[in-house]
Design a protein around this ligand. Sequence first.
Ligand code: PGA
Length: 252
Amino acid sequence: MAKLVAGNWKSHGSQHQCNALIDGIIEGATSIAAPMIVAPAYPYLALAHSKIAAVNNIDLAAQNISAYEEGAYTGEVTASMVHDVGCSHVIIGHSERRSLFGDTNAHVVEKVTRAAEAGLIPIVCVGETLEERHAGKAFNVVESQVDVLFENAESKAAVRNAIIAYEPVWAIGTGQSASSEDAEEMHKHIRGVVQRHDAVQSASLVILYGGSVKPDTADELFSQPNIGGALVGGASLDAKSFLEIARVGAKF
Ligand code: PGA
């Protein structure tokens, strides 16, 4: 099955750059039989949606949403707002949100719940820091980040359609990807953790790998049975390299 390739554009770009990037991706995407997702910053979501609406293998994601519903929350953007401007997916709990903006596991659960209420598919990011890996805690840390998603009936229902992205913090933006064996080992572990909560969901769960994925590392990563695709940061800002990764994804 073709692998899913999602591009997280983070806080990059301008209207002009987003236009050019999306045009470049659309131009190549029609000849690639793999599903893709692009995640521009909030101000460019509607623009991206107007361009990809007619392209059937590119979906749109927001990079974050509020843990709150509509209300007096200055500066927050709700799940229903991003859905309203054309998003089908939302990235939740990215390590940059967790480390720089105080997103805790509890916030992640709230946001996943808001996403599901609005009809969005959450892409929930999990992953350990370098210190945690060196201390032999990587599996426990990721396990608790996954377990919490199933903490009660409401969150369990909300997370049913979720995609999980394993992104070891030390591999993000560093050029130092996890080896395909290490990534596969963790993806298998994640599937096992989900299986304890919901065997049906675990069988079809898509688990993306993220952290310095490049066109020349994609093939080895995608060859692993539990790696369902990639969440790509840096390499997704260039249409050519993003499409190359998607082209590799289409081979599977
Ligand atoms: P990177 O980012 O590909 O630049 O390492 C991945 C991510 O943060 O999702």
